[in-house]
Design a protein around this ligand. Sequence first.
Ligand code: NCD
Ligand code: ZN
Length: 331
Amino acid sequence: MQLQLHTPLDMHLHLRQGEMLQNIAKCSSDFFSGAIIMPNTVPPVTTKEQLLGYKREILNNTSGFTPYMTLFFKNDYDKTFLQSVRDELTAIKLYPAGITTNSEGGVSGFGIEELEPTLQAMSELGIPLCIHGESDGFVMDREAEFMPIYESIAKNFPDLTIIMEHITTKAAVETLQKYDNLFATITLHHLYITLDDVAGGMLQPHLFCKPIAKRPEDKAALQSVAFSGHEKVMFGSDSAPHPRDKKESCGCAAGVFTAPVALPALAQIFEQNGALDKLQAFIGDNARRIYGVQAPEKTVTLEKKPFEVAQTYGGVVPMFAGQTLEWSVVQ
Ligand code: NCD
Ligand code: ZN
């Protein structure tokens, strides 16, 4: 059995910089037509020069791949600045300060007055806002506690396209449906795992990520919107490579590296749930509509043939390392 995917897009991707980028970029560009590139580099992408430099670095290390660039949200971006970068960027990513890897320079107050000037300018210029929606509360409650902030931004800026990044809870799935301007990305790993897979037995550092995987009922809610091809959700891998010694260590970095396995693992879980006909919507069509992007045509053929996942790709341990998936990409 074969399956063709047209112009697959990854709407949340960490490609890093330098040697790491050189080692792992191919794991995305071999399979995806384009991706939204996260700006939490060191230092974060906050200027036009950095954005263009980073885009050039990605283009130099990939082929047939469109990097959709983002800026790291700052309260002091004004309309003149945003106008000057408008044509180079696809979205702006907002992180609460210190909530995840390289987010120290994020936002520490979510009062609408503080965010208003930048969000108003983004709304007028049609720049989508991507949000890492977690509070600083108890780790399992962080996403649910962020829902009032999503609601307040959605209500106050009805013309702003807001992407709830890597949603992990039933609460987020419910909030998503309440406002026309809310959309969401869902990762591969949150469709597969719960906290039990991370910490229920021996600790699995390669499945440790932010937001942490939640309860079975949360996973079921994510599966239900993804497998229905729901028009407000799209695939965003949040593939987040870290060197092996930063994962298998005391003080494990957050992030699951899924780029090399994403398409086969998605085909497997969509098929197992009788939803293979909805994968095209999830992997590209919804994203094109939500973001209004037109990536160059690329057809990727998958076939139902065992795929033995390697222990490492570019020196980084992927999800499903050493395991066999039911689908493979026809090279
Ligand atoms: C991401 C990373 O490593 O950059 N980590 C993660 O656990 N997902 C950052 C992020 O998206 O939160
Ligand atoms: Zn991320």
